[in-house]
Write a protein that binds this ligand. Structure first.
Ligand code: EPZ
Length: 419
């Protein structure tokens, strides 16, 4: 499908305020979790993202009734008895794998196709499957189809993840919330989105402790009821707008954010020479002068520097004084923005998991293509700070994680429009 394109006239300082939406990476597992309740849940602050709409299509296909009004989604999962996620839906959004734990928890059986690899490289789910097997789930794989059946669940399961996988942690939580048995997850992911999912499940009656730490304890309960819940702010969207302020020497007040989720991001922007001032639910960033290079940025599991912000910071550092080094430790192929940024005059050498960025004085607008969600957002950031016009295609990637990115940026002075 020929997706729309964004036309950006760069070189304008951004000033003003932007309200940040609810987190994509929190609303997806929370929507999956509504399956477990068997009645009505009302989820607020759910951004209008194509990934969220895909999750709603999956819930409908499983028998849920869904309505959404603005940023509020109402899910009634009383009659949900489906156990299959269609191939199309699985390929539309690989993070649909998080429905596996919820469907198994609700109906005890699930069939779905292996999530396709994605632009970031192969996205294995070995940790998800290993953990579910430890919880008594029988899993067969045949021609790329996963067929899973809940078996006798151990009274006490103690699972240690070899790496703090966000998705695997979520799937174990979703499967363990209902039923009898205590599940301990060690080396669990500590991303704020995990605590948000635990917040929703706890409000529905689940018994979960340890959120925010790397050891979670889930005590299965016989029943969960729906609840009303508001999704946490999207820290990656907030960081994207910080990149836009940095690269246009602008000043932005970001509202509806949670600074306590963003220390590693805020410190990198401070190191670039931006003034970063967090308040209770706001961050003010001022980038009055050209940004300076950052010695070394290493992406790490939370609370380290998030891999999702890496392409955005690469774009901002492309136009800076000095040489920066980025080490991408989480995904194998997450420098997709580099070749497109080079077309705009950036001087980036990416080799394996290391990228060296020699800052240039100015970038020039160009025709560029988004290859994945955050690389696409990086191109928007670079285009805003480039001289002249840029045309960004494959905007559907960007729409997966940003609700009308052009609206937010236009509201603070950017010359950006969708064609
Ligand atoms: C979540 O992906 C996010 N997606 C990603 O955001 C984010 O980049 C990632 O966490 C890391 O923070 C959602 O929440 C929907 P992982 P997830 O399991 O769960 C390897 C965005 O742009 N791994 O923590 O897939 C994996 O290959 C997206 O919003 C295994 O080897 O991340 C990767 O290298 C992109 N085996 C690393 O762990 C497994 O079984 C981190 O993956 C699972 C993961």
């Amino acid at each position: 499908m020929e997706s729309s394109r964004l036309l950006v006239e760069g070189g304008r300082r951004l000033t003003g305020e932007i309200r940040v939406h609810g987190a994509k990476n929190s609303v997806l597992p929370i929507l999956a979790a509504t399956l477990l309740c068997g009645n009505i849940s009302v989820v607020h602050n759910s951004a209008s993202l194509s990934d969220a709409f895909a999750a709603m299509r999956i819930l409908r296909s499983l028998g849920c009734e869904i309505s959404h009004e603005g940023s509020t989604v109402t899910v009634n999962s009383a009659d949900a008895n489906g156990d299959t996620v269609s191939d199309g839906l699985m390929h539309e959004m690989r993070s649909s794998i998080v429905f596996l734990g919820a469907i198994l928890g609700r109906v005890g059986h699930c069939r779905l196709s292996f999530p396709g690899g994605c632009e970031l490289g192969p996205r294995p789910i070995d940790l998800h499957l290993e953990a579910l097997r430890r919880l008594g789930v029988r899993i067969t794989v045949d021609h790329g189809i996963l067929d899973c059946t809940a078996g006798v669940r151990p009274a006490n399961a103690d699972i240690t993840l070899s790496l703090p996988s966000v998705g695997a942690t979520e799937n174990i939580m979703l499967y363990s919330a209902l039923g009898a048995g205590e599940t301990v997850i060690r080396n669990a992911a500590r991303e704020p989105e995990i605590a948000d999912l635990a917040g929703y499940l706890t409000k529905c009656g689940a018994e979960i402790s340890g959120q925010g730490t790397s050891t979670l304890v889930i005590n299965g309960v016989p029943e969960l009821h729906g609840c009303e819940y508001s999704v946490m702010p999207d820290r990656i969207e907030a960081a994207t707008y910080m990149g836009a302020a940095a690269v246009t020497h602008g000043e932005l007040m970001l509202k509806g954010v949670r600074p306590s989720d963003m220390y590693s991001c805020m410190s990198v922007f401070s190191e670039m020479g931006c003034g970063v001032y967090p308040y209770d639910d706001k961050i003010f960033i001022s980038a009055r002068k050209p940004i300076t290079a950052v010695r070394t940025i290493r992406t790490m599991p939370y609370p380290g520097f998030p891999t999702d912000c890496q392409p955005i910071v690469m774009a901002a550092l492309s136009k800076s004084a000095g040489t920066s080094v980025i080490v991408e430790n989480i995904f194998e192929n997450r420098f997709m923005a580099a070749p497109e940024l080079r077309r705009m005059g950036a001087n980036i050498k990416a080799e394996g998991k290391v990228a060296v960025i020699e800052g240039v004085k100015s970038l020039c607008g160009a025709k560029v293509r988004a290859f994945d969600l955050r690389a696409g957002a990086a191109l928007v950031v670079a285009a805003l700070g480039a001289e002249g016009q840029s045309e960004i295609s494959n905007v559907h990637y960007i729409d997966r994680g940003y609700e009308s990115i052009e609206t937010a940026l236009s509201s603070v002075g950017a010359d950006i429009r969708r064609i």
